[in-house]
Structures are given as structure tokens and as C-alpha cells.
Design a protein around this ligand. Structure first.
Ligand SMILES: [Zn+2]
Length: 102
């Protein structure tokens, strides 16, 4: 098992339950649950973690929307747009989640 460190406090993250990944200016960032809760209060809004169930729903909705747009207005741009969320989700898994036990 490899180490995953919190991007803010530097604490070692031991399980997937304690891991929250986000898209930031520096790419994908991992946060521990404490820093996640603190950042939610700081920005006064809800930032959906990449590795949450709701992201999967958003991803599915996005793919369906892009599929419909592709049918109505055939263009490769919809294929590219539809792939953005799955690629980000896969990167989050590849960079952080695969290193941790469930
Ligand atoms: Zn932290």
C-alpha cells in the first residue's frame, strides 16, 4: 500500500472513507475529512468531491445529455465533453483511491 497525504495538513490518509478528492488549480488534490469539512465552511458552499456517489450521478447525467446533443447536433465536441468527467474520475482513482484500502 502506498501513502496518500492530505494536500492541506499533510496527514496520512488511511482509508477511502477519509479521502476527498477535488479539482484544484494544481490538478487533482486529496484532502482528509477534517480539512474537507474546514474547507466547506471556508468557501460557504458545497464543493462536491470527485470520489463521491453524487459525482457518478452527475457523470451519468452529463453523458446522457451529451448523447442527446450528439443525436440532435452531431459533432465530436459532445463526445469530448462527455469524456471530461469520466477522465477526471479515473485520474482521481488512479492517483489516490487505488493506493488505499476500501
Ligand atoms: Zn488534512
Amino acid at each position: 500500500m502506498q501513502e496518500v497525504l492530505c494536500g492541506e495538513c499533510g496527514k496520512m490518509i488511511n482509508s477511502r472513507d477519509d479521502l476527498y478528492t477535488f479539482l484544484s488549480m494544481n490538478g487533482i488534490q486529496a484532502l482528509c475529512s477534517e480539512c474537507y469539512l474546514r474547507s466547506q465552511k471556508r468557501i460557504r458552499g458545497v464543493r462536491t468531491p470527485i470520489n463521491s456517489q453524487s459525482t457518478i450521478l452527475i457523470m451519468i447525467a452529463g453523458i446522457v445529455a451529451c448523447l442527446l446533443l450528439f443525436i440532435w447536433h452531431p459533432s465530436w465536441i459532445w463526445v469530448v465533453v462527455a469524456l471530461i468527467a469520466p477522465v477526471i474520475r479515473s485520474l482521481s482513482w488512479f492517483l489516490f483511491e487505488r493506493k488505499l484500502n476500501a
